[in-house]
Design a protein around this ligand. Structure first.
Ligand code: PEP
Ligand code: MN
Length: 260
């Protein structure tokens, strides 16, 4: 049995949770339009990055604080709890004031000052797996957060680096039963970053539920061709609606008490 992590009434470990939203918050209008589609799709939470860790220093770096306000307003307007990434411990107070759940990205899974700060608070954390990290290292980062008193932890498998080049990362579906066998943290997947290819997001979402994931996080955009980040992996809003219906019609793998 997973522990339950409650984000304003959305319960990880108790229901299959779909988080959806753009890679980046780009403008007030953009996040409003996408949040409306996310709500209509039946997804339960809204995502959106405002501090963007980018491979190139010349790429869009995010809107920062105004973006946080736009995301919060859209979440309130459509009744969707929000999750956004924290990159820098100096932004913790600001981000914690606006968001319901703090995402720690793949590049920061072992950023201990950042993890300690979240650990000393009670704010729920979505801890992504480092792209070069083992499941044990990932679990140790979660345990590190918990050692400071914060038990509100959800893990997110987002793909690891392998020799394969047909996908952006290799979504390691085995890590779900492995992590669930070794811990009681809810585990979700991110098939968007896990594959980098919009056409692969639906099948890997289905596979995630079938293997027992507690939810998925999906990047969606009303105009993927013109997205400021990660357009190639973004679903169109109508594709998200179809995916949520498909995923909700599928029964999940039921774990025995422990499977390690
Ligand atoms: C994201 O979810 O916006 C993101 C940057 O993901 P990751 O940390 O997995 O690369
Ligand atoms: Mn992205």
């Amino acid at each position: 049995m997973s522990r339950l992590v409650d984000i304003s009434g959305v319960v990880f470990g108790g229901e299959f949770v779909v988080i959806a939203g753009p890679c980046s918050v780009e403008s007030e209008e953009q996040i409003d339009e996408i949040a409306k589609a996310v709500k209509l799709s039946g997804a339960q939470m809204l995502r959106g990055g405002v501090f963007k860790p980018r491979t190139s220093p010349y790429s869009f770096q995010g809107l920062g604080e105004p973006g946080l306000r736009f995301l919060r307003n859209a979440g309130n307007k459509y009744g969707l709890p929000i999750v956004t990434e924290l990159l820098d411990p100096r932004d913790f107070e600001l981000v914690a004031r606006f968001t319901d759940m703090v995402q720690i990205g793949s590049r920061n899974m072992q950023n201990h000052p950042l993890l300690e700060q979240i650990g000393r608070s009670k704010i729920p954390i979505l801890l992504k797996r480092g792209m070069n990290s083992t499941v044990e290292e990932w679990l140790n980062s979660a345990r590190f957060v918990e050692s400071f008193g914060n038990e509100n932890i959800v893990l997110c498998e987002r793909g690891i680096r392998t020799f394969e080049t047909s996908t952006r990362n290799t979504l390691d579906l085995s890590s779900i039963p492995v992590a669930k066998g070794l811990s009681d943290y809810p585990v979700i997947t991110d098939p968007s970053h896990g594959t980098g290819v919009a056409g692969l997001v639906a099948p890997l979402s289905i596979a995630s539920k079938a293997v027992g994931a507690d939810g998925i996080m999906i990047e969606v955009h009303s105009n993927p061709e013109n997205a400021l980040s990660d357009g190639a992996q973004a679903l169109k809003t109508e594709e998200l609606g179809r995916l949520v219906v498909q995923v909700n019609n599928l029964s999940a793998y039921q774990y025995p008490a422990r499977c390690s």
